[in-house]
Ligand binder design. Structure first.
Ligand code: ZN
Length: 301
């Protein structure tokens, strides 16, 4: 009887041990398979990269959207995932001859852009165009394509050029800028890497977000250019005399001058005076280059 009771207990203990081992194996298999899934998800990026990509877990979707909206706006760093400078279009600073001048035209394209392109072609020189998107016409798109094909540089100058709107917050600026990026990618097949802040990087709008905005645009791979000579051809009463006077002799006093001019619809006078400006600079021994070959020029540095 004693022997039977001992062997009975042994059988019972063996059964428990067996069940425990089987359970342990199942547990470790589940853990391994979870690990594998995580690894695969990280590799393929199938898992949400940020909380912003996650779908609302349950409940009223509209309500969840409205509660997520402020988070989206403040978390501008993970918004606009396409808004990064293309690597193959990066700025490559080349050693420039001592007397190089950089003509830049903002706020186009317009009916004046074609005239300016004709003049640049006639003198076989290059320039840079900082374009805005809101009034882009068929003709404007053709002129931008032509400018790119003829070796000029194209830069971004925001979609709306609406100071109040774009300088309200970093997210507002990025949102507006992203519209133009998309438009140019669609129309030209590429997206410029250089840009110019409307009003320059040190204008009176958006002073509270300036540093943050510059840091964010730089993080996204974009390079901005201010200017060191301004034709002042877009403010006040503009005359041939005032344009000449604003450019000369200032242009001779700065290193690698970057001249701000405009090719907006009202800038007929700029286009008219351009041959004279170019000829004066050629006589003085200057050559002309596009901006992305120059060291970035920033106000206050
Ligand atoms: Zn402008």
């Amino acid at each position: 009887m004693k022997f039977r009771s001992i062997s009975g207990s042994l059988c019972y203990i063996s059964l428990i041990l067996f069940l425990l081992i089987a359970w342990g194996r199942e547990l470790s298999h589940t853990a391994r398979s979870n690990l594998f899934q995580t690894a695969v998800s990280n590799e393929t990026g199938a898992f949400p990269a940020s909380p912003l990509d996650t779908e609302p877990a349950s409940g009223n979707t509209a309500a969840s959207e409205s509660t997520r909206q402020p988070e989206l706006l403040s978390d501008y760093k993970s918004s606009f995932p396409e808004l990064y400078a293309w690597e193959d279009a990066a700025v490559e600073v080349t050693a420039s001859p001592q007397k190089t001048v950089y003509l830049t035209f903002d706020d186009g394209p317009s009916k004046n852009t074609g005239k300016i392109l004709d003049i640049l072609k006639q003198y076989e020189i290059k320039a840079t165009f900082f374009v805005i998107g809101k009034d882009l016409s068929e003709e404007g798109i053709e002129n931008m394509k032509r400018a790119a094909a003829e070796g000029h540089a194209i830069g971004l100058h925001t979609y709306s050029h609406d100071y109040k709107k774009i300088y309200s917050s970093v997210a507002d600026f990025l949102s507006d800028y992203d519209l133009l990026r998309q438009e140019l990618e669609e129309q030209l097949g590429f997206s410029p890497t250089i840009f110019r802040f409307p009003g320059g990087s040190y204008c009176s709008y958006g002073t509270d977000i300036r540093t943050e905005l510059i840091t964010e645009m730089t993080r996204r791979g974009y390079t901005y250019y201010d200017w060191n000579v301004s034709a002042e051809d877009a403010v006040g009463k503009v005359t041939a005399y005032s344009i000449r006077n604003n450019i000369f002799p200032r242009v001779y006093e700065v290193n690698a001058p970057v001249i701000l001019m405009h090719d907006a619809p009202l800038n007929n006078l700029t286009a008219e005076l351009l041959p004279e400006i170019i000829e004066t600079l050629l006589t003085e021994g200057y050559c002309f280059e596009t901006l992305e070959t120059r060291e970035p020029l920033h106000f206050g540095e």
